[in-house]
Write a protein that binds this ligand. Structure first.
Ligand code: NAP
Length: 360
């Protein structure tokens, strides 16, 4: 029998859609993504991009609170096997002391649990192929499962971009990364210079975070003005460990097979000058690509691959019965809270569409 609603993706949009769909008795099935090395390298593991970040200071209802209170909250809200994913935040040498906002991984575990509490079923697998030419729609997973669905909500988000330099590829996982939170605490970066490329909120956030470990963080930006929000800019300017390299791009990552990254060559964007810097790591923070490859052109997308929503202020896509929520369809706001909001909208749109078509 066909599923009423299948949700693909497990970031804030996916879980919010699941909470609403479950509470509307649609018995949602979530494909939360597969845990594979390839997904780890691409940054597309379950729980989305928020799971790769530290404190989330702008998600409403999470003011600063003592870390021990968050530990109690996690213990009370989550079953032991999920609590164990967070335990490093509360115990051991990386445990936070004092007040802070909830970390991204904490928020994601809470959202997932909230969806589970209302009966959401979860499969830890990727959808790798879809057939939207027939109804019920057919969804094929990496693990070889085929599921039929009356309605589908796509909430697969986006992933971090790389520049595409061969030297960048060569040193991935050996000094090159797009996730400071995942890799910043590695011993290889301790008290060494680190380079961050980009000028947006992500670049400033990563640079600020990396100052915990690095001797100095060079923030390399191609223009003479940051794109980041004012508050983030102020943080970067006020941090004595961040040195901004204005009007520069990354020309080459330097290193060798034994040590990995040992430096970078930067190129000026205003003249022909180049300069070399010693560093132990390079973190890319230059924007994102939507996770829409698996759709293989069956849904209308824009030239960057973001799903186009066909009705103003609604989540309908070019295929009737398929809805899109979160960053996979949002090249503009890209916030956890807007993704969550659009997840709610997609579930309500799907519920109303199913009722209209008499599929209840
Ligand atoms: P973004 O705002 O698109 O910024 C990307 C940055 O990378 C820009 O500064 C851009 O330079 C630079 N860039 C892009 N391609 C490049 C290339 N090929 N070579 C060199 N530099 C390149 O992306 P983001 O920082 O990931 O932020 C995405 C969204 O998430 C934003 O809406 C942001 O507000 C949000 N966000 C919020 C927070 C927070 O509030 N705490 C944290 C992270 C992200 P130009 O400026 O010259 O275009």
């Amino acid at each position: 029998m066909a599923e009423k609603v299948v949700i693909i993706g497990s970031g804030p949009a996916g879980w919010t859609a699941a909470i609403y769909a479950a509470r509307a008795n649609l018995e949602p099935l979530v494909f939360e993504g597969a845990i594979t090395q390839e997904n780890s390298a691409k940054g597309t593991l379950p729980l989305g991009q928020l799971n790769l970040t530290t404190e989330v200071e702008n998600f409403p209802t999470w003011p600063y609170v003592d870390a021990s209170v968050l530990q109690q909250f996690s213990k009370s809200a989550l079953p032991e096997e999920r609590y164990n994913n967070l335990v490093g935040f509360y115990e051991g040498k990386n445990a936070h002391k004092g007040k802070r906002a909830a970390y991204g991984p904490e928020q994601m575990e809470y959202m997932r649990q909230q969806a589970v509490n209302f009966g959401t079923r979860i499969i830890t697998d990727d959808i790798v192929k879809v057939d939207f030419s027939k109804h019920p729609f057919a969804l094929h997973s990496l693990g070889g499962k085929t599921v039929d669905a009356l309605a589908v909500i796509i909430a697969t988000g986006a992933r971090a971009n790389y520049l595409g330099l061969p030297s960048e590829e060569r040193f991935k996982n050996n000094g090159v990364s797009a996730c400071a939170v995942c890799d910043g605490a590695l011993p290889r970066f301790r008290n060494k210079p680190i380079v961050v490329v980009g000028g947006g909120d992500s670049a400033v956030e990563e640079a600020t975070y990396l100052t915990k470990f690095a001797s100095v963080v060079y923030l390399v930006h191609r223009r003479d003005q940051l794109r980041a929000s004012k508050i983030m800019q102020q943080r970067a300017f006020a941090n004595a460990k961040i040195e901004i390299k204005w009007n520069r791009v990354l020309d080459e990552v330097l290193g060798n097979d034994d040590e990995g990254v040992t430096g970078v060559r930067l190129r000026s964007t205003t003249d022909e000058a180049t300069e070399e810097l010693s560093c132990a790591g390079v973190f890319l923070a230059i924007g994102h690509t939507p996770n829409t490859d698996f759709l293989q052109g069956q849904i209308e997308c824009d030239d960057k691959g973001y799903i186009i929503r066909k009705k103003p202020h609604r989540t309908h896509t070019s295929v009737e019965g398929v809805f899109a929520a979160g960053d996979v369809a949002d090249n503009y706001y890209r916030q956890a809270v807007t993704a969550a909001g659009s997840g709610c909208m997609a579930a309500l749109d799907a519920e109303r569409w199913l009722a209209e078509k008499g599929f209840e």
